[in-house]
Design a protein around this ligand. Structure first.
Ligand code: 2IT
Length: 445
């Protein structure tokens, strides 16, 4: 058995070459739970940590499809079934050119602890493809989704593995994936979440990740006798997470002044509210993956090739993709007076950036901040099992309670003697304990 954390991490690094994102995620978790691990000989004896970093199953497959000009295209599909100690594998599908085995292993690993934090019965998994939705027609996206599901269907099921959306996979893609699953299996079941509300989807699921992130930020502010009202916020991305976060933040009286895309970012000092928020949905549906049209339409400033972290704001909420904020960005935000960073993207901060933010200001990690999305997916699974729908206010109320609860868990395991809350430690230990206890009880499997 590895005796030191260095030896343990070295072994993981050797076993998983060329997987930098996965190792980054493992290091962050192991560094914060190591002490707790050493204090629990029963975990060590059963090699819980050694087992928890090994996915239960990895599926990789070919996804052939034909584009509109009749050319054959080949992508790679994946499903990483990471951990089923707490329930069926659960986590999104990401369609993005940056998708690799390393990226999906990091996401599946994070998902395991995030799902544990929600307290709902869900294991951890993640999947997707290096398919780039940018510039694709609706028909091409449909054919791709059908081909992807033609292989994936045999590995998933409402009690086995329940995928959902992530970057590049929204309501439209989930609809096509669901249709193909239903056709092949001749079964109408809750095998995917994020479905349209007419065929089993939950109200509030599209809003859930962003709403949950703002509910969590409100808890963080409350813990220091502050509130979100009148705060200026920088947000990155313009997809589903950013949309929900802007919507809830503006409803709560905060002013969101930035959004970003791969082309740069927009600065809208008047604040993004009302019609401007719904315009994001149109931008997303266009498949162009650019934010510049927002600046033209609403007369905002556009900064090509730059990141929104150069603006002066009170709060920053990265909502785009992993490692989108580095330590220079964090230093600049702090210099401009920012006092809180909440990661709504999964591992949105580099390891150095996260360390700096946690040391100097208030920082909370993605697995706590963005857990609202998968939490409402869990509620969608419950509604599907019961074959009924809950009204929006009921789902929203449950989401709010879950986010408050996750904040409590962070306090329980992360509050230091000096009163400072280490949210990374709190979230990691909180999630780890739940998964570890279940694994211990289920024997050597
Ligand atoms: O990263 C995430 O938590 C998600 N993409 C949502 C996963 C889900 O199953 O709803």
């Amino acid at each position: 058995m590895a005796r030191t954390i260095e030896a343990f991490l070295n072994e993981v690094a050797q076993k998983n070459p060329n997987e930098p994102e996965f190792l980054q995620a493992v290091e962050e978790v192991v560094e914060t739970v190591w002490e707790y691990y050493l204090e629990h000989p029963e975990y060590m004896k059963s090699k819980i940590l050694e087992r928890i970093v090994e996915p239960e199953r990895v599926i990789m497959f070919r996804v052939p499809w034909m584009d509109d000009s009749g050319q054959v295209q080949i992508n790679r599909g994946y499903r990483v079934e990471f951990n089923s100690a707490l329930g069926p594998y659960k986590g999104g599908l990401r369609f993005h050119p940056s998708v690799t085995l390393s990226a999906l292993k990091f996401l599946g690993f994070e998902q395991t602890f995030k799902n544990a934090l929600t307290t709902l019965p869900m294991g951890g998994g993640k999947g997707g493809s290096d398919f780039n939705t940018k510039g694709k027609s609706d028909n091409e996206i449909m054919r791709f989704c059908q081909s992807f599901m033609t292989e994936l269907y045999r590995h998933i099921g409402s009690n086995t593995d329940v995928p959902a959306g992530d970057i590049g996979v929204g309501g439209r893609e989930i609809g096509y994936l669901f249709g193909q699953y239903k056709r092949i299996k001749n079964e109408f079941t809750g095998v995917l979440t994020g479905k349209g509300v007419d065929f089993g989807g939950s109200l509030i699921r599209p809003e859930a990740t962003g709403f949950g992130a703002i509910y969590f930020v409100e808890e963080m502010l409350k813990a220091r006798q502050d509130s979100i009202k009148d705060k200026t916020i920088a947000i990155s991305g313009f997809g589903n997470v950013a949309w929900g976060a802007v919507k809830k933040a503006s409803e709560r009286g905060a002013r969101v002044v930035t959004l970003s895309g791969p082309d740069g970012y927009i600065y809208d000092p008047a604040g993004i509210s009302g019609d401007k928020i719904e315009y994001l949905l149109k931008l997303r549906a266009s498949n162009m993956d650019v934010i510049e049209p927002y600046a033209q339409k609403y007369n905002a400033e556009f900064y090509p090739g730059a990141k929104p972290w150069q603006q002066k704001v009170d709060i920053a909420i990265p909502c785009a993709i992993q490692n989108e904020m580095n330590e220079h960005d964090v230093a600049q935000l702090i210099e401009n007076g920012c006092t809180l960073i909440a990661e709504a993207s999964n591992m949105g901060l580099t390891a150095e950036a996260a360390d700096l933010a946690a040391e100097k200001i208030t920082f909370a990690p993605g697995k706590a901040v963005n857990a609202g999305g998968v939490a409402v997916s869990g509620l969608e699974m419950s509604q599907n099992s019961m074959r009924m729908y809950w009204p929006a206010n009921e789902v929203d109320h449950r989401l709010h309670q879950i986010m408050e609860n996750i904040h409590h868990t962070c306090l329980k395991y992360g509050k230091g003697k000096n009163g400072k809350i280490n949210y990374v430690k709190g979230a990691n230990i909180g999630g780890f304990v739940k998964v570890a206890e279940a694994m211990l009880a289920q024997g050597l499997v």
